[in-house]
Design a protein around this ligand. Structure first.
Ligand SMILES: Cc1cc2nc3c(=O)[nH]c(=O)nc-3n(C[C@H](O)[C@H](O)[C@H](O)COP(=O)(O)OP(=O)(O)OC[C@H]3O[C@@H](n4cnc5c(N)ncnc54)[C@H](O)[C@@H]3O)c2cc1C
Length: 414
């Protein structure tokens, strides 16, 4: 008997029932009216425009430039940029919203948007000067120009300081030599170079600088376009060649020797948005497997009646919800200008990447043979998810960073 405890009989105290405290009303996934509006327009864009073209562009390994420019027109390529550059002046939560929503339908297209908006545009805004932002960002925010970031080389990935691309002083500029590879948006199609890139190059012993390299600069050309990649096929991945490219001083981002600092400052938003791609993949995987488990019958009963199938659904749901809360909470607290927020950015990606891969795998298992077939979205999500364990830092790089940060600063554990 609970006669002495009114709350146990559903009679909550008046004040709590009628007017929840503001912190209780706070929505982690759409904390302001502006975020709620963004979620609404993303839903319309994703359902109406992104979903219908996704399977075909994946199959044909084609980047959808028209759709990309449409996204630019809706302000989705520059949500974190100030309005004076054609952006929406929003925060990391908005960036996460965009990538989760796009990746629900088309993670490959999402990756092209991510490289353009966060590896390039956000990076330039944070680390470049006003003249560079005025000159380059409006065309990037609209999608007129396609942009990317070049760090990885044939001989140097995780060990970034061992890069071989060099820039040496030459008059009122720099002479750049080297090759970058696996560059998202490096090409727009097999023959056309992307428009503008942040390129990291060594300018001294273990000292990196960042340069803005534009299409049309002599000696800058498209190398091979990587064909037949496992997933993320709607984003193009290419090798870029810098053959004595002369880059004027005005295209040096920040000062010489600041490249590593720029990279570190941009890591958090890069990793958070990649983690958000994992959320989109997991959300879609869940939708598909829940629907299928209700429709498909085996031994005269819907699949959802079987405990083993329930386990796939329930474990995926719990992991997705945990990852989503962690990613959005980290985004909410992210400052674009403060250093030292790496541990959660690494940890959200570490968790969300593996969670997404497990979610797509669970969905494929629930669908059985139907999930293995290319006509089902699950097959594409399963291939796309793997990239999140490699791009923007491998799982092992996250292990290294997290352990280093926690050892240095045990209070980060909480
Ligand atoms: C589709 C796609 C898109 C990409 N887009 C871009 C882009 O736009 N711009 C860009 O610059 N790069 C891009 N990359 C490159 C990506 O960031 C690198 O592939 C990634 O950083 C890993 O580098 P790597 O491939 O050279 O592997 P390596 O660094 O050679 O690593 C190989 C393996 O060894 C492990 N390893 C390396 N060092 C250690 C260590 N000390 N301890 C333990 N394990 C270690 C790694 O974790 C990995 O498992 C892209 C890659 C892909 C696949």
């Amino acid at each position: 008997m609970n006669a002495g405890r009114p709350e146990a009989q559903g009679a909550a105290p008046e004040s709590e029932a009628s007017e929840p405290a503001p912190w209780r009303a706070f929505d982690l996934f759409a904390p302001s009216d502006e975020h709620a509006l963004l979620a609404e327009s993303l839903r319309a864009f994703v359902d109406g425009e992104v979903e219908p073209q996704a399977a075909q562009h994946d199959r044909e390994e084609r980047f959808n430039l028209a759709l990309f420019r449409q996204a630019g027109g809706l302000g989705l390529l520059g949500v974190t940029l100030p309005e004076r550059y054609g952006g929406a002046g929003m925060d990391a939560v908005a960036a996460v919203q965009v990538l989760e929503a796009l990746s629900f339908a088309d993670p490959g297209f999402g990756l092209a948007v991510l490289a353009h908006s966060y590896l390039f545009a956000h990076n330039l805004w944070i680390n470049g000067n006003e003249e560079q932002c005025d000159r380059l960002l409006p065309k990037v925010a609209s999608g007129e120009h396609v942009a990317g970031m070049c760090m990885t080389e044939p001989g140097a990935g995780t060990d970034v300081l061992s890069m071989q691309t060099r820039a040496r002083r030459d008059g009122e500029g720099w002479r750049l030599d080297g090759v970058k590879t696996y560059i998202t948006n490096g090409g727009i199609d097999g023959e056309t170079l992307g428009d503008v890139f942040i390129v990291y190059a060594a300018t001294g012993e273990r000292s990196l600088s960042a340069f803005l390299v534009e299409k049309g600069m002599e000696g800058f050309r498209l190398g091979q376009k990587w064909e037949d990649k496992l997933g993320m096929r709607a984003s193009l991945t290419a090798e870029l060649v810098f053959d004595g490219v002369w880059v004027p001083d005005r295209n040096l981002m920040g000062e010489a020797g600041q490249g590593t600092r720029h990279m570190m400052r941009n890591l958090e938003i890069e990793r958070l948005t990649l983690a958000a791609q994992g959320l989109g993949i997991a959300q879609r995987s869940l939708r598909v497997m829940v629907d299928y488990a209700s429709e498909r019958k085996s031994f005269g009963r819907p699949l959802r009646d079987f405990g083993q199938i329930q386990r796939y659904i329930a474990e995926t749901f719990a992991e997705y919800r945990a990852a989503r809360a962690y990613v959005y909470d980290t985004a909410r607290r992210l400052s674009f200008t403060k250093a030292g927020q790496r541990v959660d950015a690494d940890a959200t990606k570490l968790f969300a990447a593996q969670m997404a891969k497990r979610a797509a795998d669970a969905a494929m298992q629930v669908l059985g043979g139907a999930g293995y077939m290319g006509e089902n979205v699950v097959e594409r999500l399963w291939r796309d998810a793997k990239l999140l364990e490699i791009g923007g830092g491998t799982l092992e790089a996250h292990h290294k960073n997290i352990t280093k940060d926690l050892s240095r600063e045990p209070s980060l554990i909480g």
